[in-house]
Design a protein around this ligand. Structure first.
Ligand code: ADP
Ligand code: MG
Length: 340
């Protein structure tokens, strides 16, 4: 069994600027698995942008065009569990042998190998064996090879051997096409102005686009109402608010660190270097703004400080915001990044 989802086909994977390269590479591979220079094919991009869908589509098409080839889709988590199980039962060789027999190996979310030295090592051997024999390897990740943390260098360099292609946020037209297709499949019709409104406003990823459709349909059904622009706007604004609430302190710290080019360790440390102090204070300030966490909880998560320090940080930031124009600019920039 290939573990492929028959619904994730090329036919219903809408093409757009945001996925053109990855999709084209996938198509080429389906025709000649192992026979192109795209080995491995490394597809990366944020959540909900279609990585899993696309690799299933490739697998399904390989099976259709080359019924003799063995295709396997496996999540990296499952691979890891199977390996742990194999070690426990002392049959690692069977595990390795099983994977080395596969013609087209699709491994999803390879970033989950990070920090797992033993699993990385066994995957390294499987990778080498498959690659030497010209078997096709397809990998997905939420980050580019260069950006994956805690991964052996020899694996990272192999990830770059073939083609790395990223999936980006779909543009307006692609979003509209995706919406149309989903509704058509369910046999539902939305007014054009509603479609336009959703495509304009939900610009994060495809999963949220689908989620918003479901919420609107649920709202209309529950209240026995027509699907109108007004109902849509109300439903979507609620969705956006909920998403806001889910911004984590960790995410805020990362965003602030990136902006000021300081490290997370610096922020967590005791250092009093000026730029680090500023970044730390801003992280506290935004945590207060964007989350429901208490001052004490914010303090404990950002550098193990007490609630008084957080309070002081918030006051300092507010003061600077009023008196310092450059600082006001920082706050606006970071705000935008956080709520993006
Ligand atoms: P990822 O693995 O990148 O997190 P998924 O492959 O799970 O994303 O995609 C999320 C949802 O969006 C799935 O239901 C998928 O079918 C849909 N989707 C993503 N990209 C497209 C596309 N280009 N056309 C149609 N549906 C898409
Ligand atoms: Mg996925």
């Amino acid at each position: 069994d290939s573990q492929l989802n028959p619904n994730y086909t090329f036919d219903n994977f809408i093409e757009g600027e945001s996925n053109r390269l990855a999709r084209a590479a996938g198509r080429a591979i389906s025709k000649r698995p192992g026979g192109t220079s795209f080995n491995p094919l490394f597809i990366y991009g944020g959540v909900g942008l279609g990585k899993t869908h696309l690799v299933h589509a490739i697998g399904l098409e390989v099976k259709e065009l080359h019924p003799d080839k063995t295709v396997l889709y496996v999540s990296t988590e499952k691979f890891t569990q199977q390996f742990i199980e194999a070690v426990k039962n002392n049959n690692q060789n069977d595990f390795i042998h099983f994977y080395q027999m596969i013609d087209v190996l699709i491994m999803d979310d390879i970033q989950f190998l990070s920090g797992k030295a033993k699993t990385q090592e066994v995957f390294f051997h499987i990778f080498n064996h498959l690659h030497q024999r010209g078997n096709q390897i397809i990998l997905t990740s939420d980050k580019s090879p260069a950006d994956i943390q805690d991964m052996e260098q020899r694996l990272i360099s192999r990830f770059k051997w073939g083609l790395s292609a990223d999936l980006q946020n779909p543009d307006y037209n692609t979003r509209l096409e995706i919406l149309k297709q989903k509704l058509e499949k369910d046999g539902i019709i939305f007014p054009d102005e509603v479609m336009d409104y959703i495509a304009q406003n939900i610009d994060t990823n495809v999963r949220e686009l689908e989620g918003s459709l479901n919420s609107i349909i649920a709202q209309a059904t529950l209240n026995k109402r027509e699907i109108t622009l007004e109902l849509t706007a109300r439903t979507l604004s609620k969705l956006v608010q909920t998403a806001r609430k889910e911004i984590s302190i960790d995410y805020i710290q990362k965003t602030v660190c990136e902006y000021f080019k300081v490290s997370m360790e610096d922020i967590q440390s005791k250092t009093r270097k000026r730029d680090v102090v500023q970044a730390r204070q801003l992280a506290m300030y935004f945590a207060k703004q964007y989350t429901k966490a208490s001052l004490a909880s914010i303090g404990s998560q950002i550098g193990k400080r007490d609630h008084a320090t957080v309070l002081h940080a918030c006051k300092t930031v507010k003061n600077l915001q009023e008196t310092d124009k450059a600082f006001r600019g920082y706050i606006e920039d970071i705000s935008r990044k956080i709520s993006d």
